[in-house]
Ligand binder design. Structure first.
Ligand code: GDP
Ligand code: MN
Length: 380
C-alpha cells in the first residue's frame, strides 16, 4: 500500500518528524479556504502516487488565497503520468536554502534496511543516481537497529553544519521508527530541506507499506486506503485474494501458485510469447475466484488468449475444472482458452471439461506453445 504525501506527512507528524502544517483539498474553493486559514505563502501539491510531480507542474506556490484557488484549479485539471489529480495538499510553504535526499528502503538482497542519503536532493535525484551514483551515500542498518551515534556520524558526512547534522540525525532516527513500526518497504523524504534559518524539515513524504504486513495495519486500511486510487480490477483482485500484476504482453495466465506462475511466464517468453499478467489464484479452486480471475484478465484489452495452468496437489483439478465451467457459464470468454492441468483428480477434471466441450493437456510445454499459436491466430 502506497500512502499519499499528505498521509505520509500525517504519519511523520505522529512520530515527531518536522513537517509543515497543511490540509488536503478536493476543490479549488477548499484550497482557498485552507490557504486563508494557514495565512502567508502556501504550496499546492498534486496528490498522486507517482514521483516527478514537481516537474509535471503539480507543485506550485501561492501568495494569496485567491492565487491558491487558481493554482489548485490548474493542478486539479492535470493528469500526471496517467493519473488524474483528484486532490491537492495545501501546505504552509517553506523557504528553501538547500535540498537533501533521505530514504530508508528494504534491501532484499542483504535482508537489511538501507539508508540512502545525498546532499543533491530535490527533483533531479533520479538523474543524480544515474550520472553520479557516488553522490548518494548508502549504509545498511544492522539487525540491532540504528544507534543515535551512528545516525550522527552518517549525517556529519553530508552536512557541514553541526546543528543541522544533529537535526538530520534526529529525523533519520524517527524515520527509522516509522519504517520499522509501519513495516515499510520505503520511507523517503525528498527534499529534506534546510531553511535559510538552518531548520531541517521534511517537505515531501513517500511511504510504502509492505502488503505482506497488511494484517498488522488494519488501521492504515481504514484510515488511508482510498478506493479511488486503485483500479476497479486491482481492487477486485485484492478483495478476492488473488495476487495480480498486469504486464504488457497479450497472453493472459491463470495459475495456482506463485512459483508455477513464474515458471509459466518464463516458458511463455521462452517460446516467444509475452505474458499479459502474473496471476496466482492460490491453492483455491473456488469458482468465484476463477470467475474473478477471468474477469480481471479479459478486461485487459491486450489479451488475445488465456492459459490456465494448474498443478493439482492440495488443489484438486476437478474442483478447478468445475470452477472454469461455472465461470464460463456465467460469462463466456471473448478470447481462446488453453487449459493445462495435471495432478490430483486429473482424470475427473478432464471428464468435466470434455462434457462441456473443453479440452486440456498435461504438458506445460505443449500448452504454452498452443496458447501462443492461438494468440497469433487472433492477431492475424
Ligand atoms: P515531487 O517532484 O513529486 O517529488 O514533489 P516534491 O514535493 O518533492 O516537490 C518538488 C519540488 O518543489 C521540491 O524539490 C521543491 O524544490 C519544491 N517545493 C516543494 N515544497 C516547497 C515549499 O514549501 N517551498 C518551496 N519554495 N518549494 C517547494
Ligand atoms: Mn519529492
Amino acid at each position: 500500500m502506497n500512502l499519499h504525501e499528505y498521509q505520509g506527512k500525517e504519519l511523520f507528524a505522529r512520530y515527531g518528524l518536522p513537517v509543515l502544517p497543511g490540509q488536503v483539498a478536493g476543490t479549488p474553493e477548499e484550497a482557498r479556504e485552507i490557504a486563508a486559514q494557514l495565512g502567508g505563502l502556501v504550496v499546492i501539491k498534486a496528490q498522486v502516487q507517482v514521483g516527478g510531480r514537481g516537474k509535471a507542474g503539480g507543485v506550485k506556490l501561492a501568495h494569496t488565497p485567491d492565487e491558491a484557488f487558481e493554482k489548485a484549479r490548474d493542478i486539479l485539471a492535470l493528469t500526471i503520468k496517467g493519473l488524474p489529480v483528484r486532490k491537492v495538499l495545501v501546505a504552509q510553504a517553506a523557504d528553501i536554502a538547500k535540498e537533501y535526499y533521505l530514504s530508508i528502503v528494504m534491501d532484499r538482497e542483504k535482508k537489511l534496511p538501507l539508508i540512502m542519503l545525498s546532499a543533491e536532493g530535490g527533483v533531479d535525484i533520479e538523474e543524480v543516481a544515474r550520472v553520479a551514483p557516488e553522490k548518494i551515500l548508502k549504509q545498511h542498518i544492522p539487525l540491532e537497529g540504528l544507534r543515535p551515534y551512528a545516525a550522527r556520524a552518517l549525517m556529519m558526512q553530508v552536512f557541514s553544519d553541526f546543528a543541522q547534522a544533529q537535526q538530520a540525525a534526529s529525523i533519520l532516527l524517527k524515520l527509522y521508527t516509522v519504517f520499522m513500526d509501519g513495516d515499510c518497504s520505503l520511507a523517503e523524504i525528498n527534499p529534506l530541506a534546510v531553511t535559510p534559518e538552518g531548520k531541517v524539515i521534511a517537505l515531501d513524504a513517500k511511504v510504502v507499506l509492505d502488503d505482506n504486513a497488511d494484517f498488522r495495519h488494519r488501521d492504515w486500511d481504514e484510515h488511508w486506503r482510498d478506493p479511488a486510487d486503485e483500479s476497479q480490477w486491482s481492487r477486485l483482485a485484492r478483495e478476492k485474494g488473488l495476487s495480480y500484476v498486469k504486464l504488457d504482453g497479450d497472453i493472459g495466465c491463470v495459475v495456482n501458485g506463485a512459483g508455477l506462475a513464474m515458471a509459466t511466464m518464463d516458458l511463455i517468453k521462452h517460446y516467444g510469447g509475452e505474458p499479459a499478467n502474473f496471476l496466482d489464484i492460490g491453492g483455491s479452486s473456488n469458482p468465484e475466484k476463477v470467475t474473478a480471475a477471468l474477469k480481471i484478465i479479459t478486461n485487459d484489452g491486450h489479451v488475445r488468449a488465456i492459459l490456465f495452468n494448474i498443478f493439482g496437489g492440495i488443489t484438486r483439478c476437478d474442483d478447478v475444472a468445475n470452477g472454469i465451467v461455472a465461470s464460463l457459464k456465467e460469462s463466456p470468454l471473448p478470447v481462446p482458452l488453453v487449459i493445462r492441468l495435471t495432478g490430483t483428480n486429473e482424470e475427473k477434471a478432464r471428464e468435466i471439461l470434455s462434457s462441456h466441450g473443453l479440452g486440456a493437456t498435461t504438458s506445460m510445454d505443449e500448452a504454452v506453445q498452443m496458447v501462443i499459436a492461438r494468440a497469433q491466430e487472433v492477431t492475424a
